[in-house]
Design a binder for this molecule. Structure first.
Ligand code: ATP
Ligand code: MG
Length: 366
């Protein structure tokens, strides 16, 4: 990935532009963590970048970023800029393209996100980012108080980086979080969820939750159940405890999944009926949150006598014929009953025995 990124930098510098890798890739590279994409900072404008690279995607031209996919890597190329007039504690109302890397670094959030790599692979570090990386410290660029007031997302980004990287928050950052936590209300639930998802997916999710609770962000984030989260093995498991589908955005599938997880939390996840009705995945997530070994749940699931109604050794036609009846509601009652008998091994899943049972128990009721 670094090789591809250096080649891309060379293409820009050969056209007499300044260009650096910056942000998450450099930070993670120095920490030995793989990155998904690479952020590039340059003095070339989006229009000029478009003249150099053929396959350019301009998603947010107003903000000076273009996407280039090359060498199997996704590059987000952002023109050096200054930002003015932050609106609603989130976005600058106005940006100005500039020629100077140093000035561009000053508008970035944390020192660990300002370390650059130039086209020769040399580190460029104006703001002491490497020291902070070594000290494992989240320190704001400039005055934390002012920077968090400008853009409240930085509050959540601070906690996200402290969580994912298992870093410490600088004392000024902590103070600014405490002071401006109310501003989180101004952010969209979509943005907040993006950050929370990254925290919850991290191996240190429990630390993230502790930080959110410590600074009372559960209130401003409207996560009233946050203190009830005990197990952080599964992101969807955490969200189902939080139970905030009415305000945070989720797909219909996720909503159904979370409702099911909540339903099986109160059941015994090794019970055949719970496993049969809700399936392996939902029970595993709930079981994991309750500290039940996933292997045990999988074994119990695999040992079920049937996994679907279609696994029963009788068909609807056979039941109707045996009872001499036309189709009707009664069929689902019979199914539910024999499913239970077979799942609890009180009846073998064998055609003749099932039909005998059905005749004996359901023949008289019309
Ligand atoms: P990751 O990609 O792992 O989420 P990242 O630090 O690369 O982390 P991006 O959202 O890709 O995050 O942003 C790239 C860079 O842009 C950051 O490293 C930082 O320098 C700057 N940046 C991003 N968001 C902000 C913000 N809200 N305020 C100031 N600077 C920001
Ligand atoms: Mg990035």
């Amino acid at each position: 990935m670094l090789d591809g990124a250096l080649k891309l930098l060379k293409e820009l510098t050969e056209h007499d532009y300044k260009a650096y890798i910056v942000g998450g890739f450099v930070r993670d590279y120095l920490l030995g963590i793989d990155s998904q994409d690479v952020d590039i900072a340059t003095n070339a404008t989006p229009k000029e970048i478009k003249e150099i690279f053929s396959d350019v995607f301009l998603p947010t031209e107003d903000y000076g970023s273009v996407i280039v996919n090359k060498y199997g890597v996704r590059f987000e190329i952002t023109t050096f800029r200054k930002e003015f007039n932050y609106q609603n504690h989130r976005r600058p109302d106005e940006i100005q393209y500039i020629d100077d890397l140093y000035q561009d670094l000053l508008r970035r959030d944390f020192t660990i996100n300002t370390i650059c790599i130039d086209e020769n692979g040399e580190i460029v570090d104006f703001l002491g980012g490497r020291d902070d990386l070594e000290r494992r410290l989240i320190r704001a660029v400039g005055d934390a108080d002012e920077r968090f007031e400008q853009d409240a997302l930085r509050i959540l980004r601070a906690i996200r980086f402290a969580t994912v990287l298992n870093f410490q928050l600088d004392s000024e950052v902590v103070e600014a979080i405490r002071k401006h936590r109310g501003l989180l209300k101004e952010l969209s639930f979509y943005r907040k969820k993006e950050e929370l998802d990254k925290m919850f997916a991290s191996g240190y999710a429990d630390k993230g939750i502790d930080l959110l609770l410590e600074y009372h962000l559960d209130k401003t984030l409207e996560l009233k159940n946050l203190s009830k989260v005990e197990n952080t093995n599964s992101v969807i498991g955490i969200w189902s405890v939080l139970n905030v589908e009415d305000i945070y955005p989720f797909s219909n599938n996720e909503k159904e999944l979370m409702a099911n997880i909540r339903a099986v939390m109160t059941l015994n996840n090794l019970d055949p009926m719970a496993l049969y009705e809700y399936g392996l995945y939902v029970n595993s997530v709930a079981g994991e949150m309750k500290g039940i070994d996933k292997k045990k749940i999988t074994e119990s699931y695999n040992r079920l006598t049937i996994h679907f109604r279609g696994d029963l050794a009788v068909t609807s036609e056979e039941i109707m014929e045996c009872l001499q009846k036309k189709p009707g509601e009664y069929l689902s009652d019979i199914y539910e009953d024999i499913e239970k008998e077979v799942l609890y091994r009180r009846l073998p899943n064998e055609k003749q025995q099932l039909l005998t049972y059905i005749r004996k128990n359901f023949a008289s009721s019309s």
